[in-house]
Design a protein around this ligand. Structure first.
Ligand SMILES: *[C@@H]1O[C@H](CO)[C@@H](O)[C@H](O)[C@H]1NC(C)=O
Ligand SMILES: *[C@@H]1O[C@H](CO)[C@@H](O)[C@H](O)[C@H]1NC(C)=O
Ligand SMILES: *[C@@H]1O[C@H](CO)[C@@H](O)[C@H](O)[C@H]1NC(C)=O
Ligand SMILES: *[C@@H]1O[C@H](CO)[C@@H](O)[C@H](O)[C@H]1NC(C)=O
Ligand SMILES: *[C@@H]1O[C@H](CO)[C@@H](O)[C@H](O)[C@H]1NC(C)=O
Ligand SMILES: *[C@@H]1O[C@H](CO)[C@@H](O)[C@H](O)[C@H]1NC(C)=O
Ligand SMILES: *[C@@H]1O[C@H](CO)[C@@H](O)[C@H](O)[C@H]1NC(C)=O
Length: 500
């Protein structure tokens, strides 16, 4: 273990001037894949400081609009070792360029919910017909406009736990498919790339299985096929660390039940906190084991910041300072022990596809589930074609700073002195080889182009991946998590065999 970590450090530092922008994640069969076509495993946390009450339509800020706050949290997220965050609510009218660029700089992707808790900004689970209207879709399409320009946007959640009991199950599923259809049509017309769109299911044993079958199934009709989920998230609090193991948690059942999914599945929320502090035994005993990763493509721990329900990893004070909780330290240690990079390979990708939609079969899984494939028409066809009117189209920008002005405290309330982020990705799109500005290691450069698939990556001399940040295995893991393919490619160039 230790020698291979050293190998990583050596490999990384030798090329510390090399940084490339994050490239969009796409989908191949049941997995997210990176630009090389290799599986991308979600190692992430849910991120909504302030909780749902922290958002209002007239607010001058949201959780991804303040560069200084994002620098603070990017530092902590990078040290934690994540490659993805999920955010539930943002404003389509605010500028997110700095925060999305900071996230890119530290190698983090965003999965974004399009809805908000405010009236008119989500589908009402028990009365979908009256909430699925033009005003609602204006909000949704405006969110797509605001975020489609960021290559590190991994995907959109069209809905979160809309189906959560028998009543909502009996009316809302066709509306969720309809919203997915509208978002995917909007992306096809207005965005420059395909952006995955999916659904996040509540922790209910039979409804989530019915929902998965309903949202993943295939149709020969193009207008129905486009309404399918590109990915499916499970919010699951079944495994309580300190209490459960693979079998008592029900993970064994999950693994069997969801085997052979035709779309990527992952835990969109996990991390039961019945026993505190959490020790996150489900990381290395469950989510990131070889057998689970054949079925679930990683997950997102709930949640970054401490709110009323005590799921936080970090406490944020009213002066904007952040203090680690024991949960943060425990999760960081668990992430540092992950070994999935040594065994996850292209062979985990299953492209065998799914079965045709069969309402009778789906309703046999849960009789309350409305598996009608007769979807409501889009109530805003004209706006879908012409655009939402939101001119706030996001794009990456150069960072003003790599250092937050907020104070960050460790477990013992000692201020952490160096809280600068380590830049592992620059903000430029991949360019042609003529833009290579450093040829310190020419043979490696050309090899990188062919071996790693980081073709046409510019070698930037401005990137500042610092060497000091690699001094602990946790920090190394953070780098590996953030820039895995890059590091793997570089290690490959140096003939280093990686055994993590
Ligand atoms: C899409 O590409 C066009 C043409 O290159 C460009 O003008 C536009 O800004 C791009 N839009 C986004 C959202 O990146
Ligand atoms: C299924 O949902 C659709 C859309 O809400 C509704 O029109 C239909 O009546 C529902 N079917 C049943 C059996 O409730
Ligand atoms: C998954 O596919 C394998 C191989 O086709 C099959 O043996 C197994 O029964 C399937 N599992 C489920 C839960 O459908
Ligand atoms: C990490 O792995 C080591 C060695 O197997 C083990 O002793 C330690 O308890 C593990 N830590 C966590 C947090 O999983
Ligand atoms: C649909 O599912 C039902 C119940 O499982 C099954 O009896 C029927 O044969 C299926 N229909 C088709 C066309 O496969
Ligand atoms: C970052 O730089 C831009 C352009 O110089 C400036 O408009 C903006 O206010 C700066 N932001 C911060 C947080 O300093
Ligand atoms: C890289 O750039 C070259 C020359 O500009 C171009 O021919 C080639 O298609 C590019 N490769 C990729 C993968 O973009």
């Amino acid at each position: 273990m230790v020698p291979s970590f050293r190998a990583f450090v050596v490999a990384f530092c030798a090329f510390s001037s090399l940084a490339s922008a994050l490239l969009p994640i796409t989908i191949d069969g049941n997995m997210f894949v990176d630009s090389n076509g290799d599986p991308f495993v979600v190692v992430g946390v849910d991120y909504q400081p302030g909780g749902s009450s922290g958002y209002s339509n007239s607010a001058s800020s949201d959780v991804l609009s303040d560069e200084d706050v994002c620098l603070r949290d990017a530092y902590l997220l990078q040290k934690l070792g994540v490659n993805t965050i999920r955010t539930y609510t943002v404003s389509p009218w605010l500028n997110h360029d700095a925060c999305m660029s900071v996230l890119n700089a530290v190698g983090i992707y965003l999965i974004l919910d399009v809805n908000s808790p405010l009236g008119g900004e989500s589908i009402q689970r028990d009365d979908p017909a009256n909430s699925y209207n033009e005003g609602y879709l204006k909000r949704v399409f405006s969110i797509v406009d605001a975020f489609m320009g960021y290559p590190n946007l991994l995907g959109f959640f069209a809905g979160n736990e809309v189906v959560n009991d028998a009543t909502s199950a009996s009316v809302s599923p066709p509306y969720i498919r309809a919203v997915q259809r509208d978002i995917k049509n909007y992306i096809a017309l207005h965005a420059n790339r395909t952006i995955p769109v999916g659904y996040s299911a509540a922790d209910d044993n039979s409804l989530r299985v019915a929902g998965w079958e309903y949202f993943q199934c295939d149709s020969d009709e193009e207008s129905l096929q486009i309404s399918r989920s590109d990915f499916y998230g499970l919010n699951s609090y079944q495994w309580c660390s300190g209490r459960d193991d693979f079998q008592t948690s029900g993970y064994g059942v999950l693994e069997t039940t969801f085997a052979n999914s035709s779309i990527p599945l992952f835990f969109s929320e996990f991390g039961c906190n019945v026993i505190q502090p959490r020790t996150f035994t489900e990381i290395n005993g469950g989510v990131y084991t070889e057998s689970m990763l054949q079925v679930f493509d990683g997950g997102l721990v709930y949640e970054y910041s401490e709110e009323d329900n005590s799921y936080g990893l970090v406490k944020i004070a009213s002066d904007g300072s952040a203090t680690l909780k024991q949960d943060y330290v425990n999760l960081q240690a668990a992430y540092a022990n992950m070994t999935y990079k040594s065994f996850v390979s292209k062979s985990f990708i299953d492209t065998s596809g799914s079965s045709n939609c069969n309402a009778t079969y789906i309703e046999s899984i849960d009789s309350s589930f409305n598996a009608s494939f007769s979807l409501p028409d889009c109530p805003a066809e004209a706006m879908l074609k012409s655009g939402s009117g939101n001119n706030n189209i996001g794009k990456w920008i150069a960072l003003n700073s790599t250092q937050t002005t907020y104070k960050i405290y460790d477990l013992n309330d000692q201020e952490i002195s160096n809280t600068e982020i380590t830049v592992v990705s620059d903000q430029t799109q991949p360019e042609s080889e003529s833009s290579v500005t450093s040829s310190a290691v020419p043979s490696a450069t050309s090899a990188a182009t062919t071996t790693s698939g980081f073709g046409n990556t510019s070698l930037s001399t401005t990137a500042s991946a610092s060497t000091s940040a690699t001094s602990s295995s946790a920090a190394t893991a953070a780098l590996v998590g953030a820039a895995g393919p890059l590091v793997l490619a570089l290690a490959g160039l140096l003939g280093i065999t990686l055994v993590l």
